[in-house]
Write a protein that binds this ligand. Structure first.
Ligand SMILES: [Zn+2]
Length: 489
């Protein structure tokens, strides 16, 4: 059922046609080479680069509304049916196993331990972000009023990305197209590998003899810098194509087993723009590569504990932590080494990018809280309808629920792996930010990098996450850094 659900999202054939006038504000690069219909309208599918091209740039509200609505309908009724059936079966399974709810049955084997601990955590998050979310929405609304000249303008969901980008441009002079020009694809990949190999004491070598499933895909081998021993391999599958998985993810294809002499292989799958990286894509690249390193640097005795085979509410911590390396000056200083001919990294742009990150935290974490609360609401002792529950919960948020949209039909996490576990993103971020703080002001501290490699990455799920983190930090973990980050101060 999970496979069918994913396929229904992946195989969405919807193409929307827009006239040039309807696309006012779109970048010329998004239109060059784009297919047109018989009337000369431009055709847009529902991949992320197309989503960004329209939702971040197009000034015509009707166009954003039409595209956004179609995007929210991916998966359709068929997926709503599949999700409902899954939720029903999960409750039955949990009760056959003697628990009252699927959440309890699942979470007792996680760090959180009990569903009620998760609910309490989510309430705490809500308390910290609520005011910031309202403040940010208000700033976006003011921006909409100013730019449309309509003093009664109401902010809608399809306005959020657009006015957020606009505000970032105005307030912090961050233009994502300028960022893309600063981070061309190949040099940026090379830079990320340089940062990673320096930090962890490993070498990456492209291996053209590794068989690939598509001509864009690149294979790499990983070697230990000290001694040159072969450790593992990974693949990068970076760009969108028809029928491909639509999100960004890291797949551990083969886990390590020291006892069996088995070396790991992981695959990074993303849907990046071919013209270089914007700020969000850069963060995603490092995030997913953080998962890849967890997989391929792992040295556990048994495959069951290999790399990302950790408790689900810890698995995001190494990847979330690694996002920071995409924006720190110490890491960016290495860019010129891998690409002497590239435009030098403009420290002012980086400062502005980092300042602009502060805006939108309230929106971002309020949304994460909503997804997690909805996920928990689906897996209580009482059977509920996923779509109806979503409409109720989203209806209570400041922007409300838009009739006709069906987020549950395309929110793959709850169908395939993160059920009663979506909270894990924020739960593990508590540890991610705590571990990141250990690097202090120098994220390229190779002694700390080596320590992190040995105590966290290599050990996979051999010990409880809290024990691993405590070992690394040499103190009890704290949620202070996380709550500072999400509340904006
Ligand atoms: Zn992740």
């Amino acid at each position: 059922m999970s496979q069918d659900f994913a396929r229904n999202v992946r195989d969405t054939k919807t193409k929307l046609a827009f006239s040039e006038a309807a696309l006012q504000g779109v970048l010329p690069s998004a239109l060059s080479n784009r297919a047109k219909d018989a009337q000369g309208n431009y055709l847009f599918g529902l991949d992320y680069p197309e989503y960004d091209a329209i939702m971040n740039n197009v000034q015509v509200e009707a166009t954003r509304k039409e595209f956004w609505t179609a995007f929210q309908q991916r998966g359709g009724q068929e997926n709503l049916g599949l999700l409902k059936e899954a939720v029903t079966l999960r409750l039955e399974l949990a009760q056959l196993m003697g628990d009252t709810s699927f959440a309890d049955w699942t979470i007792k084997r996680r760090m959180a331990g009990k569903a009620v601990a998760v609910t309490r955590f989510l309430e705490e998050v809500q308390g910290k972000v609520e005011a910031l979310e309202r403040k940010e929405l208000d700033e976006l609304r003011v921006e909409k009023v100013a730019s449309t000249g309509d003093k009664d303008a109401v902010l809608k969901r399809w306005d959020v990305s657009f006015y957020q980008q606009r505000l970032k441009k105005l307030r912090y002079s961050v233009d994502q197209n300028e960022v893309r020009g600063q981070f061309p694809t190949d040099p940026t990949i090379a830079w990320m590998m340089q940062v990673t190999s320096t930090l962890y004491g490993v070498q990456f070598k492209e291996n053209k003899t590794l068989p690939v499933w598509q001509s864009d895909v690149r294979g790499y081998d990983v070697f230990d810098t000290a001694g040159g021993k072969y450790l593992s391999s990974f693949y990068l599958d970076l760009f969108p194509r028809d029928g491909k998985y639509k999100h960004a993810a890291a797949f551990p294809v083969r886990g390590v087993s020291m006892v069996a002499g088995r070396t790991p292989v992981s695959v990074l799958v993303t849907n990046f723009n071919r013209e270089g990286f914007d700020q969000r894509e850069l963060e995603t690249l490092f995030h997913e590569f953080g998962h890849i390193m967890h997989g391929v640097l792992s040295k556990t005795r048994y495959v069951l504990n290999a790399g990302t085979g950790v408790k689900r509410d810890f698995v995001e911590a190494p990847s979330q932590m690694y996002e920071e390396w995409s924006r720190r000056p110490e890491a960016l200083a290495l860019f010129a080494q891998v690409c002497p001919t590239c435009k030098p990294i403009d420290p002012k742009l980086i400062e502005r990018m980092n300042a602009s990150r502060a805006f939108g935290k309230g929106l971002q974490y309020a949304r994460q809280r909503l997804y997690a609360a909805w996920d928990m609401a689906l897996h209580t002792p009482t059977l509920v309808d996923p779509m109806q529950t979503w409409a109720e919960l989203e209806g209570k948020t400041p922007l409300g629920f838009e009739p006709g949209t069906m987020v549950p039909a395309n929110f793959g996490h709850i169908m395939g792996g993160y059920q009663a576990g979506y909270y894990g993103y924020m739960w593990s971020e508590v540890l991610a930010l705590d571990m990141r703080a250990a690097f202090g002001t120098n994220v390229m501290d190779t002694k700390m990098g080596a320590r992190y490699r040995t105590l966290i990455l290599e050990r996979g799920g051999e010990h409880a996450p809290s024990a691993l983190v405590e070992d690394f930090l040499q103190r009890k973990p704290s949620s202070e850094a996380f709550f500072r980050e999400i509340s904006g101060h």
